[in-house]
Ligand binder design. Structure first.
Ligand code: ZN
Length: 78
């Protein structure tokens, strides 16, 4: 298991997401951003919009995924 924070994934807070793969933490961050949006948390809105646009434009977002996966791969196993 490794962990990345909301901040590592482009968000504003230090909440940690743990997972076995980069996809796990990306999905956890997506859920976290959705919940923040539902709760009316304006500090997460920019990250939420960025994540939404990534789902809509997966090709243009490959760089972000690659960087996130590389960052995850470089983390020590906890
Ligand atoms: Zn957050």
């Amino acid at each position: 298991m490794k962990s990345m924070t909301c901040k590592d994934l482009g968000g504003p807070c230090d909440l940690e997401h743990r997972g076995e793969s980069a996809d796990d933490v990306i999905n956890a961050q997506d859920r976290h951003l959705k919940e923040a949006e539902k709760a009316g948390d304006a500090t997460h809105q920019e990250a939420r919009d960025a994540m939404k646009s990534r789902w809509r434009h997966p090709k243009q977002s490959m760089g972000w995924y690659r960087d996130t996966k590389a960052a995850f791969a470089a983390l020590p196993d906890a």
